[in-house]
Design a protein around this ligand. Structure first.
Ligand code: ADP
Length: 484
């Protein structure tokens, strides 16, 4: 009998996505099927999820669930076996899953995501008779209370795994909500859900799950340090024995440059000359000058402080001085958006900015950019650079988190050995990026070397097979540990 896994998350690609979390929760179940695991994904039934679930069956119902009626709908969509928590009073809202139209977080987010975690715990304890999971796998703070509810329920329970996709998002909510979130009074303790005088939803998961994972080995180390721990370093150091870093992969079918329906000119490592047509199409689409020889840097990112977009702005003049072009796809902080828009206004043929989430343009940018910039201050794993490797767009990344684990810097030794796949810089600062941009320009001047790097990049193992094997081993081990 395959082990049964319940994956719990607030987003899942392709149904609802704001970031890399959705990519992971959407791709991992398929990869785990190859490891003989049966995975169901529990997600909130936002309108986009309901629309994707054509034929769904009600498999559990609760008349009074965090302030209204709720049920679990079971169905499949995009190859995913889904349990959708249908609670219109909590999730019947279109658009971004966390943010109201006024730009503020929904005020009842604590209840909305506690409810998701509570439903996971109920399923963990047999609420759906045909699917009693061996492991409940909670992703990020939105699911962080699931291990807590299972812990405090007592009795037999599945093994629990908590994955941190980004420690910066912690889900801190007022302590006064303890009863409303259906947590017992004794849960409010330093070894429970209490976190600096509040309830920490991620902290709860980190304290009370059987196993903790994060999305790269380097990030697993960084979050145990005082600076990288963001307030959780002490707890994570105490739990270092059950903490592992498992790199994310990308969906290599969706991201396949040889068969990508979004590309005017699909290509392989053996036909890199065909990339030129994608570059031309990208330049045309974004209004950049049609210059094949200009080094075209792409950025596909949330425009935030974490992503080092201020480092990029500080280097804009230098980048243009090299004769390069810059294409940015992303939205985020208003000041960064405005500064980039101004740069585009000043240099319309050399700087282009597209906002919003645009999957199709993201593919064209990976195929048409010569290099992809990821100058993050911290980066748990990062997916953009994995797509970039696969598409032969050389990643230029800061040496943090998963960026450090996935890109091999083009230093002398790595180039001589033929293993270099990009440029890795430190420190993560405007000065570090300036130096990296110089190196990129120098490398670009030697096209034979550039192509050598592209070929090595395209050979990198960026799929889910290896990570899925590691998750499968972790699940099996966590189940065994509970049985003994
Ligand atoms: P995050 O911290 O935002 O989760 P990741 O790199 O882990 O960053 O994952 C973000 C994913 O979403 C990447 O695959 C990235 O290329 C993609 N992405 C980011 N912004 C956009 C956008 N505006 N349009 C399309 N895809 C985007």
């Amino acid at each position: 009998m395959p082990l049964k896994i319940l994956s719990v998350a607030s987003e899942i690609f392709p149904l609802i996505k704001t970031g890399g979390l959705a990519d992971v929760t959407g791709a991992l179940p398929g990869a785990l099927a190859a490891e003989n695991l049966e995975v169901h994904s529990l997600v909130p039934a936002y309108p986009a999820v309901l629309a994707a679930l054509a034929q769904a069956a009600t498999v559990a119902e609760w008349p009074d669930f965090f302030g209204g009626p709720a049920r679990i709908l079971a169905g499949t969509s995009a190859g995913l076996a889904l349990f959708a928590l249908d609670a219109p009073h909590l999730y019947g809202r279109s658009g971004n899953p966390y943010v109201a139209p006024d730009g503020q977080d929904w005020p009842d987010n604590p209840q909305r995501f506690a409810a998701l975690a509570y439903a996971a715990a109920l399923i963990g304890r047999g609420a759906i008779p045909g699917f009693v999971p061996d492991v409940v796998h909670a992703h990020d703070w939105q699911a962080g209370l699931a291990p807590a509810y299972l812990h405090y329920a007592g009795g037999a329970r599945p093994a629990t795994v908590m994955t941190v996709h980004n420690l910066a998002f912690q889900g801190q909510v007022p302590a006064g909500l303890l009863a409303a979130l259906r947590l017992p009074p004794h849960a409010y303790a330093i070894d429970g859900v209490e976190y600096y005088g509040a309830i920490g939803m991620l902290k709860a998961g980190l304290a009370l799950s059987d196993r903790i994972t994060t999305v790269s080995p380097t990030y697993a180390e960084e979050i145990c340090s005082p600076a990288g721990g963001m307030g959780m370093g002490g707890l994570l150091r105490a739990r270092a024995g059950v903490l592992t870093g498992i790199l994310n992969g990308i969906d290599t079918k969706a991201w396949d440059p040889s068969a990508d329906p979004y590309l005017p000119s699909p290509f392989t490592a053996a036909s890199l000359d065909k990339r030129a047509a994608n570059k031309a199409a990208l330049q045309a689409r974004l209004g950049l000058a049609p210059r094949p020889g200009a080094l075209l840097f792409g950025v596909i990112s949330r425009l935030t402080h974490q992503k080092g977009m201020d480092f990029l702005l500080a280097n804009l003049r230098g980048l243009l001085a090299h004769g390069a072009q810059l294409a940015v796809l992303g939205s985020g902080d208003a000041d960064l958006e405005q500064a980039l828009a101004e740069a585009q206004g000043d240099h319309p043929s050399r700087v282009a900015v597209a906002s919003g989430l645009d999957e199709e343009l993201a593919h064209l940018m990976q195929a048409g950019s010569d290099a992809i910039l990821v100058p993050s201050r911290f980066e748990p794993c990062g997916l953009t650079q994995l797509c970039a490797l696969r598409y032969g767009a050389l990643p230029v990344v800061s040496r943090v988190g998963g960026l450090a684990d996935t890109v091999i810097d083009a230093n002398e030794a790595a180039r001589a050995a033929g293993v270099a796949t990009g440029i890795v810089f430190a420190p993560a600062s405007a000065g570090g990026l300036r130096h990296a941009l110089h190196r990129a320009a120098a490398l670009w001047a030697d096209q034979r070397d550039w192509v050598r790097l592209q070929r090595a990049a395209m050979e990198a193992d960026v799929g889910w097979t290896t990570p899925a094997r590691k998750y499968a081993a972790l699940y099996r081990e966590s189940v065994r540990a509970r049985q003994t």
